[in-house]
Design a protein around this ligand. Structure first.
Ligand SMILES: Cc1cc2nc3c(=O)[nH]c(=O)nc-3n(C[C@H](O)[C@H](O)[C@H](O)COP(=O)(O)OP(=O)(O)OC[C@H]3O[C@@H](n4cnc5c(N)ncnc54)[C@H](O)[C@@H]3O)c2cc1C
Length: 385
């Protein structure tokens, strides 16, 4: 056991793969590891002191985030005991699964008096390539509810919404635009095309710039309370750092929603069924305990990739457009939508994502023949990394 005096230490980054023992341990195998240089690599600034009659390390709060890394034994399965003392808002962090100084997992302590009722006293966060993927409270969006809310707001503002109507052609024969639709023609002073991953031949210029890619989600049957808590403590929302990433969260009725880019093709019954099988295999790899759980729902939709995977808004062939959301989602689409609307209304807005010279993708006119190659490339990259 080690005592740490936190009067100076806001943060103990004991980024150790382990504190103790090489093998699965029983009480008989327990070992006390002293803070001596042969056992630990202590960053500059960490002092070994005697505190309350035992050897301890004192870790100063520095921008360099000094850490104490255990040398030698790799902890596999068992219990790590470490005594800490904290008086500041943020206590020490204990690192594990350490690949190197920039990639590891952490849990850290906030010494609050009412820990039993607070979710933030013991916190977990992975650190990937130096980025702390910190997520304190569960926060997630429900795009369908959001869209319904937006629709209600614009209807209240006097906007007419037409659903179930296809635009087939947009032309500007004179001063006004003529928009040909499956329900007849509409004339308009300005046109904003916001068709993202569903952009079709009605706007060929945009079709040559947006690549539709399917994204899919499955939902398990409702889990038990215990299983839901074990899978995602505090109902956190998560995604991983692969190119073919998975994202997941719990629903109000304790289903696990598990999504990812399982299939490139446009969602239909077949591709959704195929994607569901792929996602199910992924879910079982990430959460083996859920292998026997049935999948109640599967669905998908298109997102739109641009050449540099950044969204864009602007004016192309005199038409306004906004799109290219491929992982940026409803926050960015709302934001760019507002900016482009203000520009249409005459505000002189400049923005890094405004691009009136948005270049087309060479050798591409709407049929993404290269997706299998790109997919294979990123799968290999994920495998290598
Ligand atoms: C499975 C899945 C889950 C997602 N989950 C999230 C999430 O949790 N959070 C998040 O932020 N984002 C999420 N996204 C991304 C989000 O849905 C998109 O970023 C967002 O919908 C983009 O909004 P948009 O209005 O630009 O395009 P869309 O919502 O795709 O709307 C484009 C519309 O244009 C219409 N259209 C296209 N061509 C024509 C035509 N010729 N005539 C008439 N209409 C046409 C289409 O029918 C469609 O309704 C998810 C995407 C998918 C596929």
């Amino acid at each position: 056991m080690a005592h740490i005096d936190p009067r100076l230490a806001a943060l103990l980054l004991a980024h150790a793969a382990s504190f103790a023992l090489a093998a699965p341990v029983g009480a008989a195998d327990a070992a006390i590891i002293p803070f001596t240089p042969d056992r630990w690599t202590l960053s500059e600034g960490i002092a070994v002191v005697e505190h309350r009659g035992v050897q301890a390390i004192e870790i100063p709060r520095l921008p360099t985030r000094p850490d104490a890394v255990l040398k030698g034994p790799a902890f596999t399965n068992g219990t790590i005991e470490v005594d800490v003392e904290g008086s500041t808002g943020l206590g020490p962090a204990i690192g594990f699964h350490r690949r190197d100084r920039t990639t590891h997992e952490l849990f850290y302590l906030r010494p609050n008096p009412d820990c039993a009722t607070r979710p933030d006293c013991v916190q977990y966060a992975p650190v990937t390539k130096g980025v702390l993927l910190w997520d304190l409270f569960p926060g997630w969006q429900a795009p369908a509810r959001y869209v319904a809310g937006l629709a209600g707001a614009v209807i209240r503002a006097g906007v007419a919404i037409a659903t179930g109507v296809s635009v087939t052609r947009i032309a500007k024969p004179g001063r006004d635009w003529i928009v040909a639709t499956s329900a007849g023609e509409v004339s308009a002073g300005d046109v904003l095309v916001a068709t993202n991953g569903y952009t079709d031949g009605a706007v060929p210029a945009l079709q040559r710039r947006f690549v539709p890619v399917g994204s899919y989600i499955i939902a398990t049957e409702p889990l038990s309370d215990a299983q839901a808590s074990a899978v995602l403590p505090h109902r956190r929302v998560a995604f991983d750092s692969k190119h073919f990433l998975y994202y997941f969260r719990l629903t109000a009725d304790r289903r696990l929603l598990f999504g990812g880019r399982a299939e490139f093709s446009r969602p239909d019954e077949d591709t959704t069924r195929r994607a569901a099988r792929i996602l199910r295999a992924g879910l079982t790899t990430v959460f083996p305990d859920l292998a026997a759980r049935s999948i109640d729902y599967a669905w998908g939709g298109n997102v739109a990739f641009t050449r540099d995977q950044m969204p864009r808004a602007g004016k192309l062939d005199a038409q306004y457009f906004a799109g290219g959301y491929c992982g940026h989602g409803i926050a960015m689409s709302t934001y760019l939508g507002e900016l482009i609307a203000r520009r249409i209304a005459g505000e002189p807005i400049e923005h890094p994502l405004f691009d009136d010279r948005f270049a087309a993708i060479p050798l591409y006119s709407g049929a993404p023949w290269f997706l299998p190659l790109v997919g294979a490339y990123y799968r290999v990259k994920d495998w290598v990394q």
